[in-house]
Write a protein of this length. Structure first.
Length: 430
């Protein structure tokens, strides 16, 4: 199994291109099932989750062509058809597999999928997705670990989400795009990835208004066209790299990212005395390193609040920030699994329910740690940049689910980091 070795590094300098957004790519790939015409997508990162979604589309009968030289993925869904033969192992490995339900239900009047998996960061119930399908006229059954939705036809309706779920908002948007009449989603998620999906659906001929606000209006149509589309840059990758620069120090330009997508992160970094300059082409981040950072309090919230996906990297920063900091996780109840791993490196963190009390320590020490989930893995890599000695991060397949060539991007900025194939660390010199 691969691992990543990180050595205490010098400050980070240079420029890095931000990859396409994983969290936008997955629903956009699923939405290609809504049409029988060709879709050409640019900027889709070749992450393990995106490749898993490719396999799922192929199980439906779509042809998927990757052209890495042109940075495009072409989906030919003309021969796609309903299937209930998505393997449990495939669905269980990627939470976003469930996003094909809305598209399949809208196109074929039926959809079936095993219960999805993904990172074990807490309960992410599907009830809001299913509530939306039922409101549109579907019947939903669960049997033998598989969810089946059927409908003779879908009819638009007003749907109120008890929680602004990103996945439910996306699934309902896709299903409603081919429904008869008007669908209004109230208390909808407002994340930038919702806007990106709506923009793609509109490029296909859908009629969606209000994406990015808490009320989304979808006027259904009988048919959608193919489209060419470029996926938005990954704000979580950008925020993770910003955290790395803030903690290790240096000056880095993040090319391609939209500063509007990272307002709460930028505000928090400035509060901690990190210099952030917004540019039409991206973001400059400049820091003297953890020695000069100020402690702070962070509370994760649905967008436009501080993103839960960046809680773990910022916990790493605060572990070396002098003074006491508080991190409150309100989105997922099991998203402090990186804390015991940081404590192996010498961090002083106490957990009480959903709050972490962090007392900054003078230094961290390299240790063998385990990436317990996607964002936790990135947090440990960032901590390793500042830890004395070598940090060995295992289970890096989690990192590969959401970060495209993370170690190579950090290497380009001067970090001492490398990926190791296999188990023989004694053969590797960092």
């Amino acid at each position: 199994m691969d691992k990543i070795l990180v050595k205490e590094s010098n400050k980070l300098f240079g420029e890095v291109n931000i990859s396409g957004s994983k969290n936008a790519s997955l629903p956009i790939l699923a939405a290609c099932l809504l049409t029988d015409e060709k879709c050409v997508l640019s900027g889709i990162p070749l992450l393990s989750d995106c490749l898993a979604m490719k396999v799922i589309l192929e199980r439906f009968g779509a042809k998927v062509i990757i052209n890495p030289l042109r940075d495009t993925i072409t989906i030919l869904p003309s021969e796609a058809a309903f299937t209930n033969d998505i393997p449990f192992e495939l669905a269980n490995g990627i939470r976003a597999s469930f996003l094909v339900m809305g598209a399949a239900l809208a196109r074929w009047g039926r959809a079936a999928l095993p219960m999805p998996g993904g990172c074990n960061i807490g309960l992410r119930p599907l009830d809001l997705h299913l509530k939306g399908f039922v409101a549109l006229g579907a019947n939903v059954d669960t049997m033998h670990g598989q969810i089946m939705a059927t409908a003779q036809y879908l009819m638009g309706d007003k749907i109120y989400l008890d929680f602004p779920s990103v996945g439910a908002t996306e699934n309902i948007m896709m299903a409603a795009s081919l429904a008869t009449g008007v669908t209004i989603i109230e208390n909808a998620a407002t994340e930038p990835e919702i806007v990106d999906l709506a923009n793609f659906l509109n490029a296909m001929g859908a009629n969606i208004r209000g994406a990015g606000t808490n009320t989304v209006k979808i006027t259904g149509d009988k048919k959608l066209n193919g489209a060419n589309y470029t996926v938005m840059p990954d704000r979580i990758e950008a925020g993770t790299l910003m955290a790395a620069v803030a903690m290790r120090g240096g000056k880095v330009f993040l090319r391609g990212i939209n500063a509007e997508h990272l307002k709460p992160v930028i505000a928090k970094l400035r509060e901690m005395s990190v210099e952030v300059m917004e540019d039409a082409q991206g973001i400059w981040v400049s820091s003297n390193g953890y020695e000069g950072l100020l402690p702070t309090e962070i509370k994760t919230m649905p967008h436009p609040g501080f993103p839960t996906d960046l809680q773990a990297p910022f916990t790493s920063i605060l572990s070396l920030t002098r003074g006491n900091s508080l991190v409150c996780e309100t989105v997922f109840e099991n998203r402090f699994m990186h804390v015991p791993e940081l404590m192996k490196m010498g961090a002083d963190i106490k957990i009480a329910s959903r709050t972490a009390l962090i007392e900054g320590v003078p230094h961290l020490s390299g240790a063998r740690v385990v990436a317990t989930d996607l964002r936790a893995g990135a947090a440990l890599v960032i901590a390793g940049l500042c830890a004395r000695g070598v940090t060995e991060v295992d289970n890096v397949y989690h990192i590969d689910r959401g970060y495209y060539k993370l170690e190579e991007k950090l290497q380009s900025l001067g970090a001492e980091i490398m990926r190791v194939r296999g188990e023989r660390q004694e053969d590797v010199v960092v």
